[in-house]
Design a protein around this ligand. Sequence first.
Ligand SMILES: *Cc1c(COP(=O)(O)O)cnc(C)c1O
Length: 410
Amino acid sequence: MTEHLPGLRFLHSPGPTHLPDAVLAAMARQPMDLADPRVAATLAACEAGVRRLAGTAAAQPVFFIANGHGAWEAVVQNLLAPDALALVPGTGHFSESWARQTEALGRGVVRTPWVEGQPMDVDAVEAALRADLSGGRHRIAAVFMVHTDTASGTTHDIDAVRAAMDAAGHPALLVVDAVASLGAAPLAMDAQRIDVLVGASQKGLMLPPGVGFTLVNAAAMAVAAANPTPRFYWDWVLRVGDMPYQKFCGTPPLTLMAGMEAGLALLFAEGLNAVFARHLRLAGAVHAAVAAWAGGGALDFFCSVPAARSVSVTAIATAPGVDADAIRRTAREAFDVSIAGGLGPLAGRVFRIGHLGDLSAPMVLGALGGVQAALQQLRIPIGRDGVAAAVDYLALDSARATSGTSGEPR
Ligand SMILES: *Cc1c(COP(=O)(O)O)cnc(C)c1O
């Protein structure tokens, strides 16, 4: 795009997200010879950083030149033998997409139903696992769970899924898609007994799209090693080694990895607890705005369980006859605020405000201002002033934080 637009264009999709200047600067460098020790040092820093972010001491990071769908494919091809099944609990558009990709690769999928606006039905997960065991020989090799389903703005309870697996006594591996939550919400892969964690570069990690990755624990690596499924590029086992060329099954994406090293360093310099608290606070401001707008009767939270609303993205459902895509278009074209639309069956019925990654309070207020301006221009009734509600929320929240009495905002 060569057109000059004065000022900043606000990017508030839940990925790709805004890039920090330090990440952009780190990527503005010439490629290096792969034997240059700086390449190995960058890759080592990225491996250590994603481990720390994921809360694991020992899981093996495997990076792919791919997006999140590539990392999904790696999970399917490494964990599922040709006759194995995956249990995919229904969480919305992303669970369904992963399930279809798994089926396209020739594997069977057991789904649990998803109810719009609700968190995952964990009882149904336990029942599906028990049913799988009742036949004598179980076939479900892994549970593929989406932590934050970006399409529905809902975060699902990893510990509850783990508990359901334990209660059923099922030996399946637990795979968690943390693409939309890593870097925004706490994850403790080892303590939560997650076997494989899936991530991608363009969301909480504050990088451009282009790197998908998996963190693989020893149990999952052993399953992959014994899996006869033909594969090469996606094979975890082939990626384990010290050489940059081996880690990436070819040339590493040096520019993106340099950006990742810089982005991870920013998160650790801020402090992970501060990063997570910032996400909670900014989500709280967006939630305050949506709650105010909802008073007009034309829109409301898509996720009807407040505690399950994600810190990364808020999905807003529009009433019948209110075109969510028109809101999105007007926000972008008239007010330079990019938000996201509804995916799959939610197209035209939902718009989404991303609030993860490299964001500050005034950025979120600016985005809310643009969205509210779009609502007003389209003459969509809003109850109270959502921007003012967000300001109030932030002001009160800061007062609580500085007086030292704050628990978690929201
Ligand atoms: C964005 C996203 C993906 C897919 O990532 P792509 O990079 O677009 O392939 C998968 N899962 C979740 C939860 C996501 O938010």
